[in-house]
Design a binder for this molecule. Structure first.
Ligand code: ADP
Length: 198
């Protein structure tokens, strides 16, 4: 409708590090993005749920839950701030890293440390599995209630630090944000840090 057209939103943003590694933000569905590893925002029972977890299991098929059943039988689950690895079933990836983010209470119950740990554990798993491209959702900012304005700087800081390391096998990190509003928060934060760090 004339007069009601919204300005065209930028839905892809890329930051390149001096070593050639890239960090990219897109709006989309993480189950449709090709990557060596896709990160899932899982719960500590590894039991499956809604949100991105439900989407990953639906799109990936039953083999992912079968692998999680084995992990659960062996080790009982996955503590907050940690991650476990499975195959990716029918997803366009080799692995799914199931990371357990913190449930947000008020920000003073170690939530920032647990959230940072999730990203670091996934990046460690990426190194161990020779993963060159890895896509993340915005962990904990859905049902777990982490304010996205507080979570985005942590997510971007941990992944940027990793990409900046000269020896990392990870070539590219992709954040797949599920709404334009989430993308806008991440892109503003990335723009602020890239301007500050040159
Ligand atoms: P958590 O319990 O860690 O908060 P959720 O799955 O509820 O996990 O939400 C995490 C983020 O993932 C939210 O921003 C949500 O909008 C987003 N999300 C949900 N489905 C998808 C999807 N298919 N692709 C990418 N992100 C998704």
């Amino acid at each position: 409708m004339a007069g009601h057209a919204r300005p065209l939103q930028l839905t892809v943003m890329e930051h390149q590090f001096s070593n050639g590694r890239t960090l990219k933000l897109v709006v989309g569905d993480i189950t449709r993005q090709q990557a060596d590893a896709i990160v899932n925002a899982a719960n500590s029972a590894l039991a499956g749920g809604g949100g991105v977890d439900g989407a990953i299991h639906r799109a990936g098929g039953p083999s992912i839950m079968q692998e999680l059943d084995k992990i659960r039988a062996e080790v009982g689950g996955c503590p907050t701030g940690h991650a476990v690895v499975t195959g990716a079933g029918k997803l366009p990836a080799r692995f799914v890293f199931h990371a357990v983010g913190p449930v947000y209470r008020d920000g003073t119950h170690q939530e920032p440390a647990w959230l940072a740990s999730c990203y670091r554990k996934c990046l460690e798993l990426a190194e161990e599995n020779d993963v060159k491209t890895i896509s993340f959702p915005s962990i904990s900012t859905g049902v777990y209630g982490y304010p996205i304005r507080d979570a985005a700087p942590i997510a971007l800081r941990e992944t940027s630090r990793h990409l900046d390391r000269p020896e990392t096998t990870v070539q590219a990190v992709l954040f797949v944000l599920f709404s334009q509003a989430d993308y806008d928060v991440y892109s503003a934060c990335l723009r602020a840090t890239s301007t500050r760090d040159g």
